[in-house]
Design a protein around this ligand. Structure first.
Ligand SMILES: Cc1cc2nc3c(=O)[nH]c(=O)nc-3n(C[C@H](O)[C@H](O)[C@H](O)COP(=O)(O)OP(=O)(O)OC[C@H]3O[C@@H](n4cnc5c(N)ncnc54)[C@H](O)[C@@H]3O)c2cc1C
Length: 387
């Protein structure tokens, strides 16, 4: 076994670390002030343009997109370090395009959709959203009721979606709908490409979430799309959707590893400086144990992430490993950030420090793309050989 990263992947991780340090961390103060005053945790267009320009110049766009559409075709093991480094800042930034929908498109598009959707998306020219969750179907997406019926050469979609990130801004939404109720998730759910502005795709409201995140509720009211907008095979949208979810889950775990590392670094820097009861915090055994436990857990989480990524690169789905690391890393981050907040005392409670945003971000991640309890259930079912 060789645990060393290939030189190329180590250099990529180092490059992203430098990008985060030089381009994103200096903007954290203004982002935190914006969030503290009740605004969204988001860049203005003027702030984002030079960041995009820089990341593009550095060759950080399309990292895991196929080469024939301008990407670098990086394996999953290379992406672990990228997401870990990006996780070290509360600045809401990902290198275009976002990987989950990219992976789903790669698994499903036909030649026409490849040119019309995948290629511009891979080049970072368009953005996308995913519409799975519904008011009555979240943790159990197979129970969704939004349905699509074929009328001549068109699909007519009706239903309701909720908690959809980017639904109002995205150039297109990958929307999941039931096409054969009798078959359920195995042959009865399809994916559709819905362009922004399609009549009948109605964004009803914006929902502010923790950590400055925003989602939307969407109604599908006789939303008509031509049959060319069916993504993948009719009735077989669930499996590629799982590829998408697995990609996000692993990415999320890496973000949490990055956040935890930052919280640990902050504790290690502060604990020797702050004196209580005549000695630095670093000399109190409680703080030492928090630091030792955090470092141990981060090490374990990182190894789990690389293991899952390596298995995916070998052609496996690694679904159990991905569920394990998603639960482990999101809960670990929550715990380590909490210990860092405690170490900083009142200062850890302020909105002048990034810790509360990091905690809120980790808290969100214990829900989306499958709550922790559902992942534990999936892992246990496999071990117990239950269906
Ligand atoms: C920040 C954020 C962004 C999101 N973005 C998107 C998006 O872009 N697109 C999209 O489609 N969705 C999105 N979601 C929705 C997300 O995927 C769902 O919230 C999630 O799947 C859980 O569904 P639910 O909220 O309906 O919870 P429910 O299904 O109501 O479950 C509630 C709770 O019940 C418990 N539970 C459920 N089932 C089990 C079980 N089998 N065993 C034990 N306990 C169980 C869990 O504790 C769970 O948290 C987002 C959510 C958040 C928070």
């Amino acid at each position: 076994m060789d645990f060393a990263l290939a030189d190329e992947h180590r250099m990529l991780k180092d490059l992203v670390a430098r990008f985060v340090r030089e381009e994103l961390l200096p903007l954290e103060r203004v982002l935190m002030e914006r969030e503290a005053s009740g605004q969204e945790l988001a860049f203005t267009d003027d702030e984002r343009a030079p960041i995009d320009k820089k990341s593009r110049e550095l060759g950080l766009w399309g990292l895991n997109a196929p080469e024939d559409v301008g990407g670098s075709d990086m394996p999953e093991v290379a992406m672990i370090g990228v997401y870990e480094e990006l996780g070290k800042t509360i600045a809401p930034y990902e290198f275009p395009p976002e990987s989950p929908n990219l992976r789903m498109l790669m698994a499903t598009v036909n030649a026409e959709q490849r040119a019309q959707y995948l290629a511009p998306y891979a080049r970072g020219e368009t953005t996308s959203a995913i519409g799975i969750s519904e008011p009555g179907a979240g943790a159990d997406p197979a129970s969704m009721t939004t349905h699509a019926a074929k009328h001549g050469s068109e699909w007519v979609i009706n239903g309701r979606k909720i908690w959809i990130s980017k639904a109002a801004e995205a150039d297109f939404t990958i929307l999941m709908a039931v096409t054969d109720k009798s078959k359920g998730a195995r042959g009865g759910i399809s994916a559709f490409l819905i362009d922004k502005g399609t009549p009948g795709f109605k964004v009803l409201r914006k929902i502010p979430m923790l950590a400055g995140h925003v989602t939307y509720e969407v109604a599908l009211e006789d939303c008509r799309v031509p049959e060319s907008k069916l993504l993948g095979q009719e009735g077989h949208g669930f499996a590629p959707m799982q590829i998408r979810l697995s990609t996000r889950r692993l990415e999320m775990a890496c973000t949490c590893i990055g956040m935890s590392q930052r919280a640990l670094d902050m504790m290690c820097e502060y604990a020797p400086q702050r004196v209580t009861f005549g000695v630095p915090l670093a000399e109190h055994q409680t703080i030492q144990w928090w630091i030792a436990d955090a470092a141990t857990k981060i090490h374990a989480g990182r190894l789990m992430a690389y293991d899952a990524a390596w298995k995916i690169d070998q052609g496996g789905a690694a679904r159990t490993e991905v569920s394990m690391v998603k639960v482990y890393a999101t809960e670990m981050a929550w715990e380590i950030i909490d210990k860092a907040m405690q170490t900083f005392g009142a200062m850890g409670m302020t909105k002048e420090m990034p810790l509360q945003l990091m905690a809120a971000k980790a808290r969100n991640m214990r829900i989306y793309d499958g709550p922790s309890e559902v992942h534990r259930w999936v892992i246990a079912r496999k071990l117990l050989k239950l269906r």
